[in-house]
Design a protein around this ligand. Structure first.
Ligand code: ADP
Ligand code: MG
Length: 387
């Protein structure tokens, strides 16, 4: 799960990580009011969307005074902001962060994430922060410094000092940096984050370290431990079908193709997507209904696939193990009775109660085409969307 910069900065405050004074605004008037309250000369108005590259896309404006802040807000609110991370249609700006502008001496990159190869959290820093860190990683990887953290001991002070030295910091900045790094690690661990990114962490004109941009991603599988974090989720930033699917515990991810796939088990779902692609077509979604699915969740999954207007054909590929195929068939038929099915459906069923499942589908009055195996199912469904 992702959150907005202003929310991440609020969490940083809780962990004593220094952020500028700022207020959230949802309208032009609120932005003007926020700028007045800040009582500083230079103000930054920042679009809150779940994508980076806002600065380059016109979503970060430094202005002078409350009226200018209101004008900047007017220019952003309700309009799509296009950055290299949003896709060509952009993301509508609904919220703003109005914060004190800081005079900047240097922009630094700080990131903490789990390195899967090492099986450890890795803290990364670079003196070339601010701009595209991907480009730095690509062209000048020697400017990125890393320390892997042994989770038994946590981030040790000498590791923070190593990184601060590599950044060229003198003693005073080293001390502040060590504290910030250590607090970032504490936050990462305590909140079950999968990524904490500060880009930029800046050295201000008066030689203080300050976080100007903040990003936190959370491990979805641990969110049940953080009800307060879960509440921070902004439904406008989540695909509506994915949001709907999550209510029923379905693992659904929307993709760009036109073949809706309903599969049980993440491995089988991945294999099904591979076969659809191999057959020359593109999946519209990843959907793992899970082993313990009942008729209702199956029905909800089917309904969600059908409500994706890009879906031109559906492939149901279920291996009945724990999930019995008569239960699956009932769920599909019930869902098909409540929503209109206007696209062809190919079914491949194997496993527990397969005969009963096929009988229910055959007697339902719905038109299904049954495939004898996975390859045939994928070929058939791909041929359907080609024609
Ligand atoms: P993004 O990463 O989405 O482009 P940032 O929050 O990093 O957005 O802002 C882009 C740039 O704007 C920063 O690299 C920094 O130079 C400048 N900036 C952002 N916030 C402030 C601030 N409070 N004071 C001064 N400059 C800022
Ligand atoms: Mg940034």
């Amino acid at each position: 799960m992702k959150i907005h910069e202003c929310q991440a900065k609020e969490l940083f405050r809780r962990f004593d990580i220094p952020v500028p004074e700022g207020l959230e605004a949802g309208s032009v008037d609120e932005a003007r009011e926020a700028a007045r309250k800040l009582s500083v000369g230079r103000i930054v108005v920042k679009a809150q969307i779940h994508a980076g590259g806002r600065g380059k896309g016109g979503g970060v404006k430094v202005v002078e005074g409350a009226d200018a802040a209101a004008a900047a807000a007017e220019g952003m609110l309700g309009k799509p902001l296009i950055t290299h991370q949003t896709g060509p249609e952009g993301q509508i700006v609904r919220r703003l962060l109005v914060e004190a502008a800081s005079p900047i001496k240097q922009e630094i990159y700080v990131g903490l994430t789990v390195d899967r190869a090492l099986g450890r959290p890795v803290l990364m820093v670079s003196p070339s922060g601010g701009m595209d860190i991907e480009e730095v990683a690509d062209k000048t990887p020697e400017l990125i410094f890393k320390e892997a953290v042994d989770p038994r001991f946590g981030l040790l002070p000498f590791q923070g000092r190593n990184l601060a030295r590599k950044l060229g910091f003198g003693p005073a900045l080293q001390r502040s940096a060590i504290t910030i790094f250590s607090n970032v690690y504490k936050l990462f661990l305590a909140l079950d984050a999968s990524l904490v990114e500060i880009n930029p962490l800046v050295i201000t004109q008066d030689d203080q370290l300050l976080v100007l941009d903040a990003k936190i991603n959370f491990d979805d599988n641990a969110l049940y431990r953080h009800k307060d974090i879960k509440e921070l989720e902004d439904p406008f930033e989540v695909d509506p079908l994915e949001l709907e699917a999550s209510k029923f515990g379905l693992n659904y991810i929307r993709l760009d193709g036109n073949i809706g796939a309903m599969v049980n088990g993440a491995g089988l779902a991945m294999a099904t997507m591979d076969l659809i692609k191999q057959a020359g077509a593109e999946p519209a979604n990843f959907l793992d209904v899970g082993g313990g699915a009942n008729a209702e969740t199956i029905g909800q999954g089917f309904r969600i696939i059908l409500s994706d207007e890009r879906v031109k054909a559906i492939l149901i590929n279920i291996f009945g193990g724990i999930l019995r195929l008569d239960v699956l068939a009932k769920g599909v038929v019930e869902a098909a009775n409540t929503v209109k099915v206007e696209v062809p459906i190919i079914v491949r069923l194997e496993g527990t109660n397969v005969e009963e499942g096929r009988r229910i589908l055959a007697g339902s009055g719905l038109t299904f085409e049954v495939a004898k195996d996975l390859k045939e199912a994928a070929d058939k469904v791909a041929a359907l969307v080609r024609n």
